[in-house]
Design a protein around this ligand. Sequence first.
Ligand SMILES: Cc1cc2nc3c(=O)[nH]c(=O)nc-3n(C[C@H](O)[C@H](O)[C@H](O)COP(=O)(O)OP(=O)(O)OC[C@H]3O[C@@H](n4cnc5c(N)ncnc54)[C@H](O)[C@@H]3O)c2cc1C
Length: 456
Amino acid sequence: MTDRHNASRRRFLAASGGIAALAAPGLAQAVPRAGTERPLPPLVGRSSETLLPRGKARRVVICGGGWGGITAARYLRQQVPHLEVVLLERNQNFFSCPMSNKWLVDVVDTQYLTKDYLKVSEELGYRFIQTEILEIERGTKRVVTAAGALDYDYLILSPGIRYNYEAWFGNDRRAAEATRARFPAAYIPSAEHFHLKQAIHDFKGGDLVMTLPPPPQRCPPSPYERACLIASLFKAKKLNARIIILDHKDDVRPIGPGFKAAFQELYKDIVTYVPNAHVKEVDPFNKRIKTAAGDFDFDHAILMAPHQAGDLAWRAGVVGQSFQGGPDGWAAVDPLFLHAEDDKDVYVIGDAVGYVSPQFSFYPKAGHVANQHARIVAHYIAEREAEREPGYRLPDNLCFMMVSTQPQEAISVKFDYKVNAMGIIEQTQIDFNERKPETVGEDFEWARGIYADMFG
Ligand SMILES: Cc1cc2nc3c(=O)[nH]c(=O)nc-3n(C[C@H](O)[C@H](O)[C@H](O)COP(=O)(O)OP(=O)(O)OC[C@H]3O[C@@H](n4cnc5c(N)ncnc54)[C@H](O)[C@@H]3O)c2cc1C
């Protein structure tokens, strides 16, 4: 090692306290004894202390600033100006999963997907706090965050999803962590998307395997869109590569004929679709996966473990029970009014929402639905604040999926809801299977409109 290396290493160790630690045999002397710790400056976050003292206004705390949470903050500010609206979110910037498949293959850039939370909240007049939410104490109506605790009159939970790696690995954290780090699903706004983008652009050929989670899952058509768009990239680069879609389901759904036509007509030599591929064993170290439809080795993979409601739904104790008696993984809500089954002051919106109908079970876990849920819940809270009994409102859903980049073509699906004479929510679904350039235009128009709705 050179002197320069030694010098920079010494600087690093000194900066990290390493030299003192290495040089001092009596290390214990450097650690303050219990009761002698230096007091923290007053504004260093401590989760047990009050983060925001109460003023006169009643308060809504929104947990999670994704598609649902950010819309709820805006609509509440507009519709119930006398309420204090606080949005809590761990990330510094909003990152959109919708449109992110197009970003993976450079149809849109990073700026198109991201927004600065602080700027948006300043402009729209609600309070944004970037912090990790640690606990939700419904008994005392308190949310505990890494920066301190705050109480609420109404709570809105929009935590999105978590990956249920336990279904694959039990409590083997090493395997779960290796899977997340090496073969991320990129289904939650995080660094995973950047990792995946790099991996597909660096891919030199061979087998790329995608596991699709069992329903209910976040945005069911989007893995097929992702497969098509990555295939279009590999095709343009003339790579000798295969994309193997291991689907838990027995067929492609929704917009099945549209996607299957794209696989067959555009990516025949690239995309292999395998139905009924229930995952039995995942080995991220040896790059091998065993399924009910066969075993597969891979060069790279997008490993999507089953989805569940985000951690916060579990911490809030709103996750429902399955018929077998265990947790069903999703928030138990009143299907029409979206409050927790056992708590009218706690609303759940977006992907975390559980079973709502014997006809279709779950709303599609889509940003469009999360946005609609948020608007609906803002209306319910506005009505309650005006001391009126709210009438129910239902969402709709619209989803566009790009299947080709050269030329740009897309397919789409539309859902509508109504309550039938038995009081059950009914769903109507229309698939638009024909791929068309005009549908791409509709997709961008949809995104423009919904971003404007969320961010002003
Ligand atoms: C590849 C892909 C493509 C998609 N395409 C579409 C599409 O075309 N159209 C469409 O409608 N939908 C699409 N979706 C689905 C859409 O992204 C989700 O349905 C939507 O994001 C759900 O909103 P949400 O508010 O429930 O969750 P999210 O948007 O995930 O928001 C949850 C937020 O909570 C925060 N959070 C969670 N826990 C904590 C904590 N402990 N402390 C602090 N913050 C926390 C997270 O950081 C996150 O910002 C797509 C999804 C993917 C992955």
